[in-house]
Design a binder for this molecule. Structure first.
Ligand code: NAI
Ligand code: MG
Length: 502
């Protein structure tokens, strides 16, 4: 067939990127029903397989950060409560769990995984109500991954001698685990699944603002008929966490949270012989080269920083753009940001939900103000925020110098700082110019460049042409002030095992 080039239809000029997004694209609200999950007026502490009243007699109120509505009264475990939970874990360890055949341990883990899948909608709604994250994320990310972690480690429980050949792996005893509020149930799964698979028992403390899915998980343990005391869940704030860390009969501490508290825990544990893993903050570089597919990269940038309101330790919070594509990326990014839907976490259309707490909102607002004061240029898309609750508009800063606080400190909110580079060497140098080293992203068409960047970036995880991807088989953890020890994969079992070497 002959083609007449001259007759080819003229491609219409592209719309200016600054064009407003048509107002006709308004969505009708599609809220998920709250009725699927029942929240009790108050909860006790889950010790020895049942809920008990806190000896401290203290409680505090947990709320829905999207409405500030009180949800339940939560026990604040004191010293005697922590001691009781640790005793219960020790008894369960010596009398039963460490003696159980590994294939039997695996059965419990499989059961827990299956029940989580069956009850996933209930958990997703509760996670979104107590934490503020969009239902789309709790339903499609947190819940499937939490179940996947239990499935994955169930598979290893009776194969430890193949996982660590000639090293005779043995459990270490009672693990004290302290988790944050950004992925409450998922972090619980990351902690509990490998600990149980390795034959240990657990005392876990969820974060003070998000205890509800951990408390609902106690019902899953009951359904799975897990022997009493193998998992104990104690609620409370940092004081409860500190008591658990200093408890003399705990063999291992696993912590995810702020670098500041991580350092305090490391000091408290030093010289006690307790094992320790720390998963702390981050300030990841997401690096876009000029040969990257730009639209795909913009999706990755948005996912990297606005996923879970930016309450993500591995969030791509520093964007490095190669100079030649800077204008194109920024205008595409701003255009994409204008389509983000901020609001009711239970609405299935919502992209960005509520900030987890008032304290976190104040921290974000303070750092954003510092960016403005130091001279960066701020962009926020037009956005109507709900009247009650804690909200922050997705924000991008351009004209950022490396020394600015917004380029150095973890903001843990929906705030992106954009910097530029000319050469791969410059990108590496700038990306590594941070006290953290948890994750990084690289966007380029060149496979060789991906490999060389991945080798030179000081980060525990490097994603290429994607971002925020997780798999239970893949180890996760940091360098430098992002902590030490790995979670996930075979590496994630090691911190829960002792070895008879030789
Ligand atoms: P945090 O580190 O104080 O809280 C995390 C967990 O540690 C909670 O369960 C808390 O009760 C517990 N905790 C607090 N003080 C403790 C202590 N002295 N001993 C033992 N446990 C203790 O984090 P926070 O205050 O909620 O958030 C502050 C900042 O930390 C955030 O803005 C963010 O930058 C960072 N962060 C990082 C996380 C990550 O996943 N890497 C998770 C949460 C916060
Ligand atoms: Mg704190």
């Amino acid at each position: 067939m002959k083609t007449d080039l001259k007759a080819a239809p003229k491609v219409p000029a592209r719309k200016k990127d600054a064009a407003a997004i048509p107002a006709a694209w308004d969505y009708a609200a599609a809220p998920e029903s709250k009725d699927i999950v029942k929240i009790a007026d108050h909860y006790g502490l889950f010790i020895g397989g049942k809920f008990v009243e806190p000896l401290s007699k203290q409680r505090y109120t947990t709320i829905d950060p999207a409405t500030e509505e009180p949800l339940s009264e939560i026990a604040q475990a004191g010293k005697a409560d922590v001691a009781k939970a640790v005793r219960s874990a020790r008894d369960a360890y010596t009398s039963r769990w460490s003696k159980l055949r590994p294939s039997e341990r695996a059965k419990y883990l499989y059961r827990i995984a299956r029940i989580l899948q069956e009850r996933s909608r209930e958990f997703a709604v509760l996670e979104s109500r107590n934490g503020g994250k969009p239902i789309r994320e709790s339903r499609d990310v947190d819940l499937p991954l939490a179940a996947a972690h239990f499935f994955y480690y169930a598979g290893w429980a009776d194969k430890l001698e193949y996982a660590f050949p000639n090293r005779t792996p043995k459990p270490i005893g009672v693990a004290g685990q302290i988790i944050p509020w950004n992925f409450p149930l998922l972090m619980l799964a990351w902690k509990i699944a490998p600990a149980l698979a390795a034959g240990n028992t657990v005392v876990l403390k969820p974060a003070e603002t998000t205890p509800l899915t951990a408390l609902l998980f106690c019902d899953v343990l009951r359904q799975a008929e897990l022997p009493p005391g193998v998992v104990n869940i104690i609620t409370g704030d940092g004081r409860t966490g500190a008591e658990l860390v200093s408890s003399p009969d705990v063999n291992k501490i696993a912590f995810t949270g702020s670098t500041e508290v991580g350092k305090a825990i490391q000091r408290a544990v030093a010289g006690t012989g307790k094992r320790l893993t720390l998963e702390l903050g981050g300030k990841a570089a997401n690096i876009v080269f000029d040969d990257a597919p730009l639209d795909q990269a913009v999706e990755g940038i948005v996912n990297g920083i606005y996923f879970n309101q930016g309450h993500v330790c591995c969030a791509g919070s520093r964007l490095f753009v190669q100079e030649s594509i800077y204008d194109a990326i920024i205008s595409k990014l701003k255009r994409r940001m204008r389509t983000l839907r901020v609001g009711d976490p239970l609405d299935k259309n919502t992209d960005v939900g509520a900030i987890n707490s008032k304290a976190q909102l104040e921290k974000i607002a303070g750092l954003v103000q510092s960016g403005i004061d130091e001279g960066a240029e701020i962009y926020q898309p037009p956005c109507k925020l709900p009247e009650r609750g804690y909200w922050f508009v997705p924000t991008v800063f351009t004209n950022v110098a490396q020394s600015y606080r917004i380029a150095q400190e973890e903001i843990f909110g929906p705030v992106l700082s954009v910097l530029t580079f000319r050469t791969p060497d410059e990108a590496v140098e700038k990306a590594n110019n941070t006290p953290y080293g948890l994750s990084a992203g690289v966007w380029t068409e060149k496979g060789s460049r991906i490999l060389s960047m991945a080798q030179r970036l000081k980060a525990g995880v490097v994603w290429a042409n994607t971002y925020n991807r997780f798999d239970p088989a893949s180890p996760f953890g940091g360098y430098k002030e992002s902590g030490f020890g790995r979670e996930g994969g075979l590496h994630g079992l090691e911190p829960y095992l002792a070895f008879d070497e030789g």
